[in-house]
Design a protein around this ligand. Sequence first.
Ligand code: ADP
Ligand code: SR1
Ligand code: MG
Length: 368
Amino acid sequence: MPAFDEFRPLDEKSLVEYIKATPNLSSLLGVSDNYQIKEVGDGNLNFVYIVVSSSASLVIKQALPYIRCIGESWPMTKDRAYYEAKALKEHGRLCPAHVPEVYHFDRNMSLIGMRYLEPPHIILRKGLIAGVEYPLLAEHMAEYMSKTLFYTSLLYTTTMEHKREVAEFCGNVELCRHTGQVVFSDPYKVSEYNHWTSPHLDHDAEAVREDNVLKLEVAQLKSKFYERAQALIHGDLHTSSVMVTQDSTQVIDPEFSFYGPMGFDIGAFLGNLILTFFAQDGHSNQENDRKTNFMQELFHDSLGFGSAKMIRRIVGVVHVEDTESIADISKRADCERKALNFAKMLMKERRKFVSIEEVISIIEHVAS
Ligand code: ADP
Ligand code: SR1
Ligand code: MG
């Protein structure tokens, strides 16, 4: 039997040996040669295997030392799995209803074993693109964000505990730097990885690079992202980091977690919902009161980070299925331009907004 005390990338075959050699997993699944194993990683970074035995099931996620959707030319520490497991456990402790349970973590192998979110769970982004309504989603996400953000902030924890955790998650610096680059820097300058719907948005992408007011705003957001250790944030809370059914909402994939500004998570989620909204036009002919200064700042941070997340998905490195799946390229460009112009306005004017209703009313106005 091979030893797994040193890192090696697994595949569907060697995973069987790994499970048999790992009591945590084999006791859960039962020892067998007949596991059904399927690699389903449709995310950007890692390898995800669904493992089903005659008595149980689980998911195995392994990080390799590079970004899967780009390839070995863009290295990224495989120790991101350590921070993902740690955040899943901590957020799961604070909000067990909306975070999958971690059964096993192996740092040498950069490997996590967790609950399999069985069908009919699907990735939220896919449900939204298909026009499915999720009546409990807002309530569930509000519960997830309020619990994970409030209870890991100094609004709740002691200074000693907070500083200790901040220091621990500082170790995830490489992933923070990645976000700093792809969200707050690259979309605003010429970068080898940027792309957009061309030639339709050539001028729009150039306008982003030349908009000094926008660049000043994104520089302020970037500095807050790096400097404000407010709470243990998920760090990549877009709509593909949430799996849903009509009754269940589960937040996965917190490998970008660190102590950062709460508004970054809230903004990531809102920004991605707004992108989905703007992309809907491109799919339509197919089948298918602030109370305190704290809340005011949190709201404005969320709008700022949300708009930064939208801009990167239109002129930055990796785009999203909402827009990429629009087959008609000029329709896609129209949707993207509307979303881009809205996001630029939102970043610059965010401090003037007092409620989400105002944001929604402008979105509806722009879209009509
Ligand atoms: P990445 O870090 O590469 O973005 P994700 O954590 O987003 O990886 O997972 C990639 C895909 O694997 C998801 O889109 C989902 O389809 C599937 N997946 C991940 N975790 C689970 C889980 N616990 N249960 C069921 N499917 C999962
Ligand atoms: C190369 S950028 C890949 C992106 O996928 C993840 O979901 C993060 O958002 C990251 O920036
Ligand atoms: Mg993902």
